[in-house]
Design a protein around this ligand. Sequence first.
Ligand code: 5GP
Length: 184
Amino acid sequence: MSKGKIVVISGASGVGKGTVLGLMMKKRPDLAFSVSATTRPPRPNEVDGVHYYFITKERFEEMIAKGDFLEYDAHAKHYYGTPRAQAEEKMERGHVLLDIEPKGAKQVKDAVPDATLVFIMPPSMEELERRLRSRGDTPEDQIRIRMERAVWEMEQRGWYDHVVVNDDAERCADEILNIIADLA
Ligand code: 5GP
């Protein structure tokens, strides 16, 4: 019997999920982060095993075949997935946060019905595009693709358990922490 629950956090690329998640874990050090595996190359400040496990396409497909993922999806030309064993192990100690997109969130909800799904909205589309650009780590052609994908992602928010707006990262983190505080 695990001690913690799965808390899925979704939101378009650039919405500030990383900052919000960082603030949440600073305030609640008992919360664990599920480190995803991906085939996308690391960004300059990303550390293998901390932000993601950066693995090859061959290795990823091997893990799919073995059923090693709680959920996975291919988007923006790369695979992303939640290693099942790691999530289960972390749940034995407390709640686990998953930063994943809607297709993965749906798979988690089907596999783990008592998971809590939270969708983070930007204050506006203009602000989302501004944040994506100001990050300076996303090539121009990818910005267009990510904005198109953001529209689709935001359309999915209706079936999430909670929708929050990241108008201020600190306030947004507190709102999600309040949701988590109510979990049994
Ligand atoms: P990025 O490449 O900007 O780090 O992430 C792109 C998108 O992939 C984000 O929406 C993020 O939530 C999603 N993502 C990250 N890890 C996973 C995962 O393990 N599974 C799924 N389905 N999506 C993920």
